[in-house]
Design a protein around this ligand. Structure first.
Ligand code: BMA
Length: 326
């Protein structure tokens, strides 16, 4: 019967048919969908996260100011394509001022788990670590403890508890541009204390030879968790960020069933090659329809704009059959 997405039906998600080539992921023809003009005083809006909700779609957007402070803003959309983004940054509330004291926040991920939307992001606390917060309405935001000690980036929650625990992927890093990085899995009984850390995957060769990091929230399927991730290689011109896909075991997600040898998307459009940081595609979110297997991927391009691409669970699964390490 093939691979099936387990989850929400979303018949109206943004969509364009696959063009006449065999690329596993195809870009929206009207990319980029969000540029700096969406927020007054923004330098760039990229690496952002969206979810489907009762009014259409909501999201948390990374917007760097013209002072180049990295901030998070909430936004809403009826169709997932045209976005209204709050002009003021999100101010997380917390009873613990040590936690909500704002330095910077970037690269958000958003996921519905049980009764609310959780947000994870790269939070400045004596260097980058994983901030965790939640909202019910994308208006009021509450901040929990940082998940890990600094330095860490790319904290990505699974959309449900696994073996009774919240589960998160992350990538321990350094305080700079980090020329290394593996993906690890951690679990928590309460969204505050994280432990039982397991290694998931390391860099390998070529486009993913320098570091790897989880991208969008993993997609639950009949065959395992579909994880879209970013892989980095160090060219003579600096880091190049591409995307790949892996299939993780449903009950033990640190076990990699398959992992793409070839990238599924790499920077080759002008808006991906030219910007504040050239040659970057950085997926942070996907929305998908359980009925058709369609997936819309939101990604940052060249650390400047937000773009959209499409695939299906079936296309990614066939790609993994053909171009996988195992
Ligand atoms: C990473 C993060 C991302 C960024 C990428 C490329 O370390 O800062 O936000 O997209 O570098 O610059």
């Amino acid at each position: 019967m093939g691979i099936r997405i387990i989850g929400q039906k979303l018949p109206d998600l943004p969509w364009e048919e696959r063009p006449g080539n065999d690329d596993p992921v195809w870009r929206y023809t009207k990319n980029p969908i969000i540029t700096r003009e969406a927020i007054k005083g923004a330098n760039s809006i990229f690496n952002s996260a969206v979810v489907a909700d009762k009014n259409g779609y909501s999201g948390v957007f990374r917007a760097d100011t013209k002072e180049l402070i990295m901030q998070l803003h909430a936004g809403r959309s009826r169709d997932g394509l045209s976005w209204k983004i709050d002009q003021k940054r999100i101010e997380f509330q917390s009873e613990e001022p040590e936690i909500s004291y704002f330095i910077y926040g970037y690269d958000p991920r958003v996921v519905w788990i049980e009764d609310r939307y959780y947000i994870t992001w790269c939070n400045g606390y004596y260097g980058p670590t994983i901030g965790v917060g939640y909202t019910y309405d994308f208006k009021n935001f509450y901040q929990l403890e940082n998940a890990f000690l600094p330095f860490n980036r790319n904290g990505v929650l699974f959309p449900r508890k696994i073996n009774g625990k919240f589960a998160m992927l992350s990538r321990p890093s350094d305080n700079g541009h980090t020329p290394f990085g593996d993906i690890f899995y951690s679990e928590s009984p309460d969204m505050i204390h994280w432990g039982c850390h397991r290694h998931v995957m390391s860099p390998t060769t070529g486009w993913q030879s320098t570091k790897v990091g989880a991208g969008p929230v993993p997609i639950e399927t009949s065959e395992g968790w579909l994880l879209i991730y970013h892989g980095v290689w160090t060219s003579c011109n600096g880091f190049v960020y591409s995307a790949g896909v892996a299939l993780l075991d449903l009950e033990k997600p640190w076990k990699v069933i398959k992992r793409s040898k070839h990238y599924i998307l790499n920077p080759r459009m002008l808006y991906e090659n030219v910007g504040d940081v050239p040659n970057v595609i950085f997926p942070c979110a996907s929305i998908q329809d359980a009925d058709t297997g369609r997936i819309a991927i939101y990604y940052g391009a060249a650390d400047t704009v937000t773009a959209l691409a499409f695939t299906t669970a079936g296309v990614l699964y066939d790609f993994l059959e053909e171009f996988s390490y195992r």
